[in-house]
Write a protein that binds this ligand. Structure first.
Ligand SMILES: NC(=O)c1ccc[n+]([C@@H]2O[C@H](COP(=O)([O-])OP(=O)(O)OC[C@H]3O[C@@H](n4cnc5c(N)ncnc54)[C@H](OP(=O)(O)O)[C@@H]3O)[C@@H](O)[C@H]2O)c1
Length: 219
C-alpha cells in the first residue's frame, strides 16, 4: 500500500534492475510507475507478474507523475530516454557503461568525465544523482536488510544537489541498505565498473572511504 510521505518513483527500464527495484520499492510503500522499451508489447502483463503493485505508464505519464525518476536502461540506449522533459526533478542514474553490452563508445572512452556527469549534461536543470548502480540486481533483494542489522550492506549516492542526495538516502534506507553520502557527482567515478567500490559488499564506513576524493584508484 502506498505510504503518503513517500515520493512517487518513475523507472525507465523494466529489465533486471528496474523490476528488482520496483519490487523493493512497492514493498516499502512507494507508488511506482514504470516505462519500458517500445519493443515490450506486453509490459503491463510482465509488470503485473514480476513487480505486482507497480503501475505501467507511457514516458509522458511517468514524467508527469514521478517525483523521482530512475533511469535503468542500457547505457548505450540512454539517448532514447526523454531527458529534456525531466525539468528540475531528482533523476537517478543507475546505469553503467558496460562495453560487453553497450559496445565501445568512442566518445565515452575519450571523455574524462564520469559517465553520470555525461548524463547530467543532457539536462543541466535536473538534479541528477548517481546511485543504485554499483550493486548487482540479484543482490538488491538478496542483500536487503532491516536498518540496524550488523551485516547490512551500504549503497552510495553522489550528486551536486545535497537535497537530492538526502532524498535518495531515505530511499536507499527503505530499500534495505545503509546510505552513504558520497558528495559531489564527480566522486561517482569510484562507483563505476573497474573502480574499487563497484560490485563489492561493503559496510558504510568502507564505502565512504572509497568514495572520498583522492582514493579513486582504478582496481
Ligand atoms: N544487471 C545488473 O546487475 C545491474 C546493476 C546495477 C546497474 N545496472 C545498469 O542498469 C541498467 C539496466 O540494466 P539491466 O540489467 O536491468 O538491463 P536489462 O535487463 O537489459 O533491462 C533494461 C531494459 O530497458 C529497456 N529500455 C531500453 N530503452 C528504453 C527506454 N528508452 N525506456 C524504457 N526502457 C528502455 C530495455 O529494452 P530493450 O531490450 O528493448 O532495449 C530493457 O528491457 C544498465 O545501464 C546496467 O549497466 C545493471
Amino acid at each position: 500500500m502506498h505510504v503518503a510521505d513517500r515520493p512517487t518513483i518513475g523507472i525507465f527500464g523494466a529489465g533486471k534492475v528496474g523490476t528488482a527495484l520496483a519490487r523493493l520499492l512497492v514493498g516499502s510503500g512507494y507508488d511506482v510507475v514504470m516505462a519500458g522499451s517500445p519493443r515490450q508489447t506486453a509490459l503491463a502483463l510482465l509488470v503485473s507478474v514480476v513487480a505486482p503493485g507497480a503501475r505501467v505508464g507511457t514516458p509522458d505519464e511517468l514524467v508527469a507523475q514521478a517525483d523521482v525518476i530512475i533511469v535503468a536502461v542500457p547505457f548505450g540506449k540512454a539517448a532514447s530516454v526523454p531527458w529534456s522533459e525531466f525539468g528540475g526533478r531528482i533523476v537517478v542514474d543507475a546505469m553503467n557503461y558496460w562495453p560487453p553490452v553497450d559496445g565501445h563508445i568512442v566518445e565515452v572512452d575519450a571523455d574524462e568525465r564520469s559517465t553520470s556527469e555525461i548524463m547530467a549534461a543532457r539536462n543541466p536543470e535536473a538534479r541528477l544523482v548517481k546511485s543504485l548502480n554499483h550493486v548487482g540486481y540479484h543482490e538488491m533483494e538478496d542483500d536487503s536488510m532491516d536498518a540496524g542489522s550488523p551485516l547490512r550492506r551500504a549503497m552510495a549516492v553522489v550528486g551536486d544537489d545535497p537535497d537530492a542526495r538526502a532524498v535518495l538516502a531515505r530511499i536507499i534506507d527503505d530499500l534495505g541498505f545503509d546510505p552513504v553520502d558520497g558528495g559531489p557527482l564527480a566522486n561517482g567515478r569510484a562507483l563505476e565498473p573497474g573502480h574499487p567500490a563497484f560490485g563489492r559488499e561493503l559496510s558504510a564506513d568502507e564505502l565512504r572511504a572509497l568514495v572520498a576524493p583522492g582514493v579513486h584508484v582504478a582496481a
